[in-house]
Design a protein around this ligand. Structure first.
Ligand SMILES: CC(C)(COP(=O)(O)OP(=O)(O)OC[C@H]1O[C@@H](n2cnc3c(N)ncnc32)[C@H](O)[C@@H]1OP(=O)(O)O)[C@@H](O)C(=O)NCCC(=O)NCCS
Length: 145
């Protein structure tokens, strides 16, 4: 597999996430469908992965008191399977450790479950259906802080 090495990871604005969220997570739907709850909360963190000036991957961290929810993880279709998702997850986990929070959770689309399992995330409970993305599992990971 060709791995991307010249990736820059940095915090981005909510509206920046749409160029990746829209084609990957809300394909064919109005752009307004890319707006998530808590997107603009003061402690919400959006991370972007850039190749040159092009944003190719995004994720969003929603910190709670004792845990952080990961949402909106997406890599542009043509850039998938090149290690970008992996680098985004790693950066997110490091930032969560710096917040001194040890529990990370997310609702994983069924197709993405093996991706998260690869990085130590574990399925919790039964599969459930969400309006966007169909079948999901809740997944968690304990980080060493
Ligand atoms: C899931 C997603 C974010 C992964 O990002 P990515 O950049 O393609 O992943 P990476 O290239 O970093 O993959 C890392 C490893 O996981 C593997 N992997 C990636 N996607 C996988 C999948 N769906 N199933 C199984 N393994 C997968 C890769 O092959 C790679 O393994 P390797 O290191 O042995 O080669 C991306 O494919 C995506 O945007 N998918 C569509 C949207 C989506 O489902 N988002 C998640 C919502 S919960």
């Amino acid at each position: 597999m060709h791995r991307v090495t010249n990736l820059r990871l940095k915090p981005i604005r909510t509206s920046d996430t749409y160029v990746v969220r829209h084609p990957v997570l809300r394909n064919g739907l109005p752009i307004e469908s890319c707006v998530f709850d808590r997107d603009d909360d003061s402690n919400t963190l959006h991370l972007g992965a850039y190749m040159g000036e092009k944003l190719v991957g995004v994720l969003t961290l929603l910190p709670n008191k004792a845990n952080v929810q990961l949402r909106g993880m997406a890599v542009l279709h043509e850039m998938q399977k090149k290690g970008i998702g992996y680098q985004l997850i790693l950066e997110a986990e490091n930032r969560i450790k710096n917040m001194r929070i040890s529990l990370l959770w997310l609702n994983a689309r069924l197709l993405a479950v093996p991706f998260y399992e690869r990085f130590g995330y574990q399925k919790q409970g039964e599969m459930f259906n969400l309006y966007h993305g169909g079948n999901h599992y809740k997944m968690t990971k304990k980080l060493c802080v």
